[in-house]
Design a protein around this ligand. Sequence first.
Ligand code: NAD
Length: 490
Amino acid sequence: MSEGRVAGRRTLKNWIGGEQRAPLGGRYLDDLEPATGDLLARIPDSGAEDVDLAVAAAGKAFPEWSSLSLQERASCLVRLANLVAEHSEALAEIESADTGKPLALAKQIDMARVEANLRFFAGAAQHWPADAHDMGPAGFNYTRREPLGVVALITPWNLPLYLLSWKLAPALMTGNCVVAKPSELTPLSADALWAMAKEAGIPPGVINLVHGSGVRCGQALVDHSEIKAISFTGGTRTGRMIAAAAAPRLVKTSLELGGKNPALVFADADLDQAVAGLVRAGYTNQGQVCLCCSRILVHEDLMEELSLRLTDAVANLAVGDPSSPDTDQGALISAEHQQKVLAYIDLAREQGGRILSGGKAHHPEGRCRQGYFVEPTLISGLPEHSCLHREEIFGPVVTLQSFASEDEAIELANSSDYGLAATIWTRDLATVQRTAARVKAGLVWVNGWLVRDLRTPFGGMKDSGLGREGGRWSLEFFTESKNIHLPAGV
Ligand code: NAD
């Protein structure tokens, strides 16, 4: 791969059986740079016929790949991780250009995590203990974990390679072959990773990549009769459609979906720590992280001081060219998404909300003046039942609400249909223990946000998804258990 340059107006192909293949239907989609609106690349608008080829290539590679030893598969992943480390600057530039996120974030969060995902699962699968159950005179059981076959990985645009590698690594380590479909809005980093597969020693056909829209390419993958499991991260609406499509064939699904995550700030919170943490939790990646805390619930005694301090901190975030080292906030993913986020802010005004900071599109000087920027926005004073408190906006928009008691805080926290993550800000351990147990969320951070241990279960409750990823949860998802009973004395 060429160091230090973004792909630039290339025409991408699919990766099938280790080869680059143009889409059979000859159809292409435009991939735009969010910070400028310029064309970055043309990508295949693949259909069912391309998906068929990719699934067939994966099926052909499966017998050999699944019979390799764990150490042999781990060596491939470690070599791929080494290549990611070697090319991390160039990969970060690609990711930043394709998503609009600040380059520094793409380096420090995205590419660091891609490498960590590959190394982590290369090790975790080798340290995964097998189950055995001794029945004494009635014999002995041992449980094999067998690969599923060809699995589909479907991923969103906000953390493109970070999330794809989070699925790819455990799928491969457990012996499966893969057909991946990244978001059509951010296809470039996956293409760059696939270009490294041969050098990493991954045999042809073990990993296949098809580009295209969700409705054509994604749906064809989900509907394919040879797909044995679907690991999906994306919006709740799409997740429901995938679950419905998979159900008649009893295909396993892992669904990591949307969020509307609360931050609960109690009266004894350390305000310096809370303000810094809430800005990070609210606005990282322009608020386009499923875990972002987009509603701050604060004890009424702290409301005034916290809102003043947050207003200042949010107003100080630098919005602009993602490639500049001074930029805190880059562009949103698309013009359509920018309009959706601005429409929510207009609605907040109509509902009587006070815009404490931000509230408009942002037009930087220079090369990014046509980009899809929105000022980081903080809103208070909305009615309790406002849709801004309940619906996922997935942009740099955070609302503030006050509560008078712990019960009220929990009621507000649990009032959305989502249940992905929550943060709790207090100095009191008993408050932590009570509220962490009562809040309906799959992940809770105390006096912090996004501290990740890859061994722990990751996923949401309610409309935020089904199943968990991470550590043994990912390894279990990508395998089938087979129990074998031996009689005593054998
Ligand atoms: P999306 O659901 O629109 O798309 C996600 C992927 O699904 C894309 O690759 C898309 O092409 C594909 N797709 C769309 N329709 C499909 C269909 N009918 N069949 C098969 N595939 C289809 O989501 P998005 O806009 O790309 O991502 C944003 C959403 O992702 C947000 O809701 C966010 O909260 C969620 N997300 C969740 C997590 C998590 O871990 N829970 C992480 C990141 C993002």
